[in-house]
Structure formats: C-alpha cells, structure tokens
Write a protein of this length. Sequence first.
Length: 411
Amino acid sequence: MTEHTRHIAIIGAGPAGLIAAEILSGAGHPVTIYDRKPSAGRKFLMAGRGGLNLTHSEPLDLFISRYPQGAEHLAPVITHFTPQDLRTWCEGLGQETFIGSSGRVFPKTFKASPLLRAWLSRLETQGVTFKFNHDWTGWQDNHLIFQTPEGEKKINAIATLLALGGATWPKLGSDGSWANILHAYNIPLSPLKPANCGFMVPWSDIFKTRFAGQALKPLSISHLDITRRGEIILTEKGIESGLVYAFSSALREEIYTQGQAEISLDLMPDMSVTDISEKLKTPRKRESFTNYLRKILHLTPPAIGLLMERPDRNLLGTCSSEHLAHLIKSYPLILTAPFGMDRAISTAGGIAFNALDSHFMLTARPGVFAAGEMLDWEAPTGGYLLQASFATGVASARGIMAWLSKTKVKT
C-alpha cells in the first residue's frame, strides 16, 4: 500500500522527534510521527522513573565542555536551545522545574508522565498525526517503507526526520537496527558503543555470591589523574553506578585498545595513608584478619571482601602496616569489558557529522534529516543526554523549514 502525503514524516516518538514535531506543526506544517512501538516516549518515561533529569544549571560554556565527542557540532545548537530554554519550555507545559543540590534540573513532580501527557496533548492540538506500530525498514524509490500489522506500507513524504534513538533499551524501541539500514545506503557511521555503562570484573564465585547487589562505599575512583568520590554497586559480573558512568568513556576506549583497563579505588577516602598505617599497628592478637580490619578500620564487608579477592590475600595479614594502608588507599581493580548495550544508559557512535550539512540534513539523501542519539555524540548523565536530544531536534526542525523554503516545497 502506498500513501501519498504532503506531510513531513518524523520517524521516532522520543524527545528529539516530538520537539521537532512541535516546532514544525507550530509553524503550520502538517506532521506525521511514526514509531515502531504502540505509544510515544517510552524511553523518556523510563528515564523519569528515578526522577526526570532534564538538564543542568551550570554555565553554558562548562555545560558544552561535558560532551567528550561531538562538542564542536553540539555547541551551536545548544547555544540556540539552551538549558534555560528547555526549562522555559517545560514550564510552558505547566510543569515547573527546580535545581537540585547537584545542579541538575528536574520537574517539580519529579516524573516524566505529567510532562509527556501535556506535551502529547499540545501536539494533538497542533494537528500532529501519530502512526504507531510502524517499523521503518528503509527506502524504495524514495518512498519510506514501514512494516505494520496490516502489512507493508510505502509513504511518500515531502521531508523526513530520522529520530530513532540509540541502541540502548531495545525493549523500549531503541535497538540501533537503523544502523544497518543506513549502512546499506552508504551513510557514514561511527560504530555504536555502550556509554554510561558498567564494566565486567572476573569476581570469584564466593565474592559475587556474598556481595552482588551491595554498594561499596564510601570510596573514590581514580583514573588518568581524575578522582571522583561516590559509591560502586557490585553485580554478579562487575561494577556499575553513576560514579562508574562518569569514567565510562575513557575506560571503554582503553579496553578497546589495550584489552583491559585499571582503576584505583580508595576504600577509605576520609583517612590518610599515615592515619590508616598507624591504626594497623594495633596488635591483632588472636582475631581473624577480616575481623581485625572490621574493628580497627571499620571497613565494610564488601570492602574487606574486595581485599580478599587479591591473589596474595593469604599474605595480607603478615605484610607491613604501610603496605596494607597503601593497598587500601589505592586498590587496583582490573576491568575486562564494558557491559553490553542492553545494560548501558546511552549510546556512543552513530551518524557521522560529516554525513550531515549544517542543518542536520543527510548530504547523500536531500530532504532527510537526523537528530537525537542517532548522531555521533556522547554525553555523561546529569541532564546532558536529554538536552542534546532536544537541541538537535530543534535544530533539525529549523533545518527542515529552511530546506522546504529554499526548495519551494509546499506543505
């Protein structure tokens, strides 16, 4: 079945696609949003389960510096749709925002669902059409091809925005399958990789049985002259947490190039090596080594268990207090692989910026634009992911309008 339409087709009902639809429909352009799932904003809702971190309140130049890849291309679009613009937009939908103690920005409801409901209502009022259960599979004679419950459909749109997300949370619709489609059309892509992810550690059976699911805290992680404090969540296969995510980009690349990565853990960040060493000079008498560490240093069971993971654990009870103090303050932990894409918060890689013009249009396919996590940028958690998705959605919508005006295509 072929549908001939004068609509702009947006593929993907996530933040980038929805904000683009809002701008385009608000300017009088008919818009149809297609999504492979039965409803809109599924990943957006998932992001809001722990409190929807929309953006961050830090100065704009510092904000933009948080993007390790793609900052050069994201800087102008975030400058034109700033964190304050995102807060103003949110409040325009009746959802007030506030700045948390960490500088992160949240809706006062702390939820995504009220915001999404208000947003979808606005889009429907502006005449946006939604077509769910439409799985995009590519082009055929410049028609968009969708697989639907009613069979294959061909759509002839006047312009198209690809906003299908990254390759994380596949159950919510973002599985990165679009990369194979674009690769077949020779669109330059950077390989998709997990970002903001945990890492594999070859724990012993005893350790993972006793401590999987527990937090290792307080501690700090050091890697490449950067030290951050927080906590680590121990899992059966390794480690994860917001603190780990902060190092994930550098650790991932180190593993890819060297086969493994090493981080240094300070298991007692509130005490110096000297202070710890002095405490360890207290006679142990007849106590077991683990009980001694618990009583003298107040080390938690997970921290003691970590020390017992070392191959030389049987010698730790006889080593010098200085040696043991240094080990506690700089425990080397080897990471062997990042967790898979299905466990990652976000994606690195995607459509290369050199495949796009300044308006986010694919140079190889005039009239086809791209936005959001499909593009080759990476960001830490803290509001940077959503901000860039919104900002590139806004930029692509403006790019579509400029292209339609330039080519004199009428909607």
